[in-house]
Write a protein that binds this ligand. Structure first.
Ligand SMILES: [Ca+2]
Ligand SMILES: [Ca+2]
Length: 240
């Protein structure tokens, strides 16, 4: 059954290669960064600045000044570091557990301080469609001697922020947002896989039915399996 569906999916994919590229639909979703916080002891020498994907500073939302719509990266400035000291920056997802692991590590960078402020850029990842926000905690450690200046010693949390996403309200598998999960939805996924069309944020959230973060042939196959009632939901796909 599965093999035949994969063949079907591949055939559909080849057929659609000749289709004219469609314009991506307007998305009502917004995402960005919010709730920036610096731990009390580090407010004098750590700054977190919301940046867009191109590295430009993002201004706060006019109605909620804790939200920075469109922000996707974070600039970290560490003021007056100790020259020649090593500074390690570690960013953990849902940082209640302070120990870095393969699962919670979001970003890591290390720099040697010169005579000017140290700048890092944190690259974040959008929460998947089933979550409204993801919290990131920023940790630092350094080889500097705190007794002689601005130095984090040991391994300390210096701040946190959240990546939020609102208004997606997607139905998994319903890529064209017509309310039904049909072969047409799988075809759209295949067209995106072969880069015949580019998905917007909502389409990406709806099409990534196995929630691995990528739009792949496997997603189209799962949608086709759902259409032919081989599976009844997109939950626990790895177990099926
Ligand atoms: Ca649909
Ligand atoms: Ca996927």
């Amino acid at each position: 059954m599965k093999k035949r569906l994969i063949q079907l999916a591949l055939i559909l994919g080849l057929m659609t290669l000749t289709c004219v590229a469609a314009h991506a639909a307007e998305s009502g979703a917004t995402s960005g960064l919010q709730k920036f916080s610096i731990e009390t002891n580090y407010r004098d020498f750590v700054e977190l600045v919301p940046l867009d994907a191109n590295g430009r500073t993002v201004v706060a939302d006019t109605t909620d000044d804790t939200m920075y719509p469109g922000a996707a990266k974070v600039g970290v400035t560490y003021k007056n570091p100790q020259k020649d000291s090593e500074y390690l920056l570690i960013v953990l997802v849902d940082g209640d557990d302070t120990t870095p692991t393969v699962d919670n590590m979001a970003y890591i960078d290390q720099k040697t301080a010169g005579t000017s402020d140290l700048d890092f850029t944190i690259y974040t990842k959008k929460p998947d469609a089933t979550k409204n926000s993801v919290k990131y905690s920023v940790y630092m450690s350094s080889s500097s001697d705190a007794s002689t200046g601005n130095g984090v010693t040991g391994y300390v949390k210096v701040g946190s922020f959240e990546y939020y996403s609102t208004g997606l309200n997607v139905k998994l598998g319903d890529v064209d947002d017509d309310g039904d999960i049909m072969v047409a939805d799988a075809v759209l996924v295949l067209r995106a896989v072969v880069e015949d069309i580019v998905f917007d944020e909502r389409q990406t959230a709806a099409g990534d039915v196995d929630k691995d973060g990528d739009i792949m042939v496997a997603d189209a196959v799962y949608i086709l399996r759902y259409v032919v009632e081989d599976i009844t939901s997109f939950d626990n796909l790895n177990a099926q």
